[in-house]
Design a protein around this ligand. Structure first.
Ligand code: SF4
Ligand code: SF4
Length: 355
């Protein structure tokens, strides 16, 4: 007699998937229309039908270590075509949220960011830090030209943001290594192709969704540009070779303004798409709201500075609070999909190259 297959459903996991956007998964009757509709699903291992079945059974271990959940771009085509209204695209989104929480380092940070009840605390912490910085800084000059640095000194901000970024990178690294171990092998081969694909957003072409591709490209490259300028300015300021604010005609400032314009266009497109999606969750909004807030307050603070308005200090305070949240909570938010998707795509490339 063949050995019996032992299935160990995780009921708590199933309840969390149902609560965080996977509420219709029980309607699925395994017709596989979704796997046929998905343009990204490879022939040899189609998704999301199989993942729908695993989610119904509460098979947490199989799902969280399944690279396929990260190959999905949440385009919604499978959800549109599902004859039962089981919303497979949203179920995969809910499973990805669980994966980010499961692999989070430290785990309690993943739980804090995933739960809306902790949202005030998450942003109260940076608000108190920057209020303290402003309180102990020298008093701002009473007349224009006003400078951000007179209330929020670069000598405090730069080390603080470098420390936060270092912690976030460590958290990303641990999470990704945990996931790579979970999928069973270290996908060294295939990384180059995966990064090339992500840089050009090639997979979005398969989804035939030009506006989604453009929105993601503008946002990703805009923020990459801003991160580069921020890092270069921070290092230059600490080394004493740069002084802020940068002159409007300096190459670094011109590059920063172009990157800010790309980010603004990108997040506006993303917001427009998200507003039109009724199934959006707290997790979807957390990262997008922080991202948009950073862009809008950054541009507003700069315009107020150029207009020599003292209100720039208040807007800049909100900007700093949001940057702090965006960086520190990035490994536990939707931003983490960039890291996990890279590993999953590298694994997929390696697998495809073998078959
Ligand atoms: S999710 Fe919908 S389309 Fe996919 S297998 Fe289930 S019932 Fe069919
Ligand atoms: S949401 Fe789009 S990419 Fe994701 S499984 Fe459905 S059809 Fe495929």
């Amino acid at each position: 007699m063949a050995d019996a297959l032992a299935i160990q459903p995780d009921v708590r996991f199933l309840k969390r998937v149902l609560a965080s956007g996977g509420g219709d998964l029980k309607k699925c009757y395994q017709c596989a229309t979704c796997s046929v509709a998905c343009e990204l699903a490879p022939e040899e291992s189609p998704f999301p039908r199989k993942q729908m079945m695993e989610a119904q059974w509460g098979l947490k271990a199989q799902l969280l270590c399944d690279p396929a959940i990260w190959l999905c771009h949440n385009c919604g085509k499978c959800t549109e075509r599902c004859p039962r209204g089981a919303r497979p695209g949203d179920v995969l989104g809910a499973v990805r949220r669980e994966a980010i929480r499961h692999f989070a380092f430290p785990g309690w940070m993943g739980a804090l960011v995933a739960d809306p009840k902790w949202l005030p605390l998450l942003f109260l912490l940076p608000a108190l830090i920057f209020a303290a910085v402003a309180f102990w800084a020298p008093k701002p000059v009473p007349a224009p030209p006003f400078e951000f640095g007179s209330v929020f000194p670069a000598s405090v901000l730069e080390p603080l943001f470098f420390a936060i970024s270092g912690f976030a990178l460590l958290a990303f690294a641990v999470g990704v290594v945990r996931f790579a171990r979970g999928i069973g092998e270290t996908p060294s081969a295939g990384f180059g192709a995966a990064l090339k694909d992500i840089a050009a957003h090639q997979s979005f072409k398969q989804c035939d969704d030009a506006s989604m591709r453009l929105a993601h490209q503008l946002t990703m490259w805009g923020f990459a540009g801003l991160a580069m300028v921020g890092t270069a300015t921070g290092i230059g300021t600490m080394a004493g070779v740069l002084r802020t604010p940068l002159a409007l005609e300096s190459p670094l400032k011109i590059f920063a303004n172009l990157a800010a314009a790309a980010s603004l266009a990108g997040v506006t497109l993303l917001l427009a798409r998200r507003v039109g999606r009724p199934a959006s969750t707290y997790f979807d909004w957390f990262f997008l709201a922080a991202l948009s807030g950073v862009v809008f307050t950054g541009i507003a603070a700069e315009l107020l500075r150029l207009a020599e308005a003292r209100a720039m200090y208040g807007v800049y305070f909100v900007h700093l609070v949001l940057i702090f949240g965006l960086l520190l909570y990035a490994p536990y938010s939707k931003f983490a999909h960039l890291a996990y998707r890279t590993v999953a795509m590298a694994r997929s490339r390696k697998f495809n190259a073998r078959s």
